[in-house]
Design a protein around this ligand. Sequence first.
Ligand code: FCB
Length: 470
Amino acid sequence: MNPPALSPLTSAQSDLIASLPPSFRFGVATSAYQIEGAAHEDGRTASIWDTYCRVPGAVAGGDTGDVACDHYHRMPQDVALIRSLGVDTYRFSVAWPRVQPGGRGLANPAGLGFYDRLVDELLGQGIDPWVTLYHWDLPQELEDAGGWPARDTAYRFADYAMLVFGHLSDRVRTWTTLNEPWCTAMLGYAYGNQAPGRRDFPAAINAVHHLLLGHGLATQRMRAEAAGPIDLGITLNLSPAAPATTDERDRAAAWQADGLGTRIYLEPLRHGRYPSDVVDALRARGIELPVHPGDLETISAPIDLLGINYYTGHLYSGVDEHGHAEDVEGIPVQRVVPRGLPTTAMGWEIFPEGLTDLLVRVGQDYPGLPIVITESGAAFDDEPDETGFVRDDERTAYLATHIAAVAAARRAGVDVRGYFAWSLMDNFEWSYGYEKRFGIVRVDYDTQARIPKQSALWYRDTVRRVRTGG
Ligand code: FCB
């Protein structure tokens, strides 16, 4: 590896990071479809992403996850790479159609075998495996049967979860059911810019409830079958929603965005109820959450930790550019207003203070739940030198300021216990294909070479300093 770069931190930020205890968990995160490749090997069947990638124009460059980072064939080297970063945790996801082709019935031994070897390799290198059961790769057959808007999918998910849990829970302690149900429901079923690409808002609201139900069913069953200590949780993508001005309509727009982005998940998970303002707003549009008796008890089954993925925060206005407070269908306007901050290559504003605010708020409104930042990171237009090395000052600064923001939340009394960089390496960024690079390690897709960027070296050194209290 190249020599470490100078720290881009202010001294206040350095002090904050130095205040993290040696027990603070540092990790790197990935997901199956984004890195594994081997899409047609060892019995894996198609997921909604395999299908969506074949829709003309759906994914930039017509890219697919067929090969991705070829992690399926390079797993031991990738684990060695994680080891070289000195992190203690690796968060990865299990590909449902690899483990249970078609989404029903028996497990596929070859699919489970891959995760067996991965877990053993991680443990052998002293790295804690952190499993996410669902990171967006629904078996296509289940989408054909109705997908997440159909109640049965929740039960299918719980069955699948138990196949994986039964096989790996002798060695894996930490289990996340779902990654970012908001994205699955809204991007997948309402906005249609992620798989399966449907544009049906009422279907998306059904999906919200069935995702949460699937989480609850799986959580109850894993808890019941656990032979030893386990930590169960869910990962939500949360972003603070604030009004652009003190105008009442802007306040209402921000509160509504918070309702569909944050409270529609955390209220049922933690308090066993959907927020009444959200229920009323949906009802005004003729939409009911498809709640059956007992569902909310299932959904609020106790969990041990909350994963939060944080990328940015938004300001909202309740008035459009023409001064209208409702759209043509009579739905209240919710317009994102830029703060005027620098942005990443995704166009997302860089707003580390938002992470501190978010953590303080979640800690206050939903107390008693340890939090881990299960994803945080940034895409930039990397420019490698002739050796392939990327001096990514912006990404390094992004990581540094966001880790400092987490440390600030801890100082304010929030029980946040870890930070995982998204992502270990450049990978298939969903609808953006390979165009957007989030890795702290560069992937040369022609050769599949992995080249740690400056941000990886900075992260390694920071982890080491915190570990040793130095
Ligand atoms: C999150 C996803 C992750 C990755 C990052 C950039 O929403 O969980 O897979 O795409 O965004």
